[in-house]
Design a protein around this ligand. Sequence first.
Ligand SMILES: C[S@@+](CC[C@H](N)C(=O)[O-])C[C@H]1O[C@@H](n2cnc3c(N)ncnc32)[C@H](O)[C@@H]1O
Length: 266
Amino acid sequence: MKRKHLLELHEQPWMPSLLRDAATGYLEVLSRLLGLHRHLAPVVRETLERSGARRIVDLCSGGGGPMPWIHRELGELGGQVDLLLTDLFPNREAFACRENCDGIQVRMEPVDARAVPEDLTGMRTMANAFHHFRPEEARQILADAAQKSAPLLVMEITDRSWHTVLTSPLIFLLALIFMPMVRPLRIGYLVFTYLIPLVPAILFIDGLVSHLRSYRVDELRAMAESVAVEGYRWEVRRLPLQPGLSATLLCGMPENPESSGGSAAG
Ligand SMILES: C[S@@+](CC[C@H](N)C(=O)[O-])C[C@H]1O[C@@H](n2cnc3c(N)ncnc32)[C@H](O)[C@@H]1O
C-alpha cells in the first residue's frame, strides 16, 4: 500500500479547539488503555541514558499522549528527568492539568515541531505524530535534530497495513465508549460525542488517514540515511508491544553526547 498524505481534520488551523482538544484528549485515554507507557518507558529510559539528557522535550504532545505516564514510570524506575509538553495547537486544559506535576512543564505558546526553538534543549520525543509530516518536512525534523546534536526518539503505533485500515471503523465505537474517561472532561466533549457525534467522526477519519500516512521502517531508514550528519547516528526498528500492536521507533543520537554543545544536556 502506497503512502497517501490525505488531510487530517484535527490538525487544521480552522478546527475549533473544543473538537481538537476532545480528539487529542481521547488519544491520551487510548494510550493509557493500551498501556503504551509500560511498553515504551524502557525504550525512553535507555535512549535517555545513552544521551545523558536531563530534560525531555516532547513535540506534538496533544493531550499528553503516553509521555506523562512514561515520565511517571521513569520516576518509579529511579530516573530523575524533567518533561516539557509542547504542541502547535496546545491542548490548554490538558496542559494546565499536568503543569508543575512531578517535574512536568508545559509550553502554552505554539511550538512547531518543524522549527524547534533554540531554548528547547534536551532529548526530543514525538509520539504518534511523525506521520503528520510530508517526507520533506519529516526529513527537515530529522536534519534539525542531527545538526543540533539533539537526541530524538520518534514512536509511532499507527501502521500502514490492510489490517489497521480495515479495523479503523472500530475507532468510532471506541470513542463512544471511552470519551467519558478524558481528563479534564468538558461538557462540550460529551455534547459533540453523544448528541452530535462529530468527535467520533473526526477520530475515525483521522485514525484512518493516520494509518495511510504512516511511514514504514524501510522508508524511515532511507529518510534517516539521507540525513547523514557526521557524528550522529540513526536506528530504526519495529518493537512488538502486544498481540496485534507494534511500535515503529526511530532514534537519532549524537555519537558523543557529552561533546554535543549542550543540545542534548537540556
Ligand atoms: C495524533 S496527535 C498525537 C498527540 C500525542 N502525542 C499522542 O500520542 O496522543 C498529533 C498532534 O500533533 C500536533 N501537530 C500537528 N502538526 C504539528 C506541528 N507542525 N508542530 C507541532 N505539533 C503539531 C497536533 O496538534 C496534535 O496535537
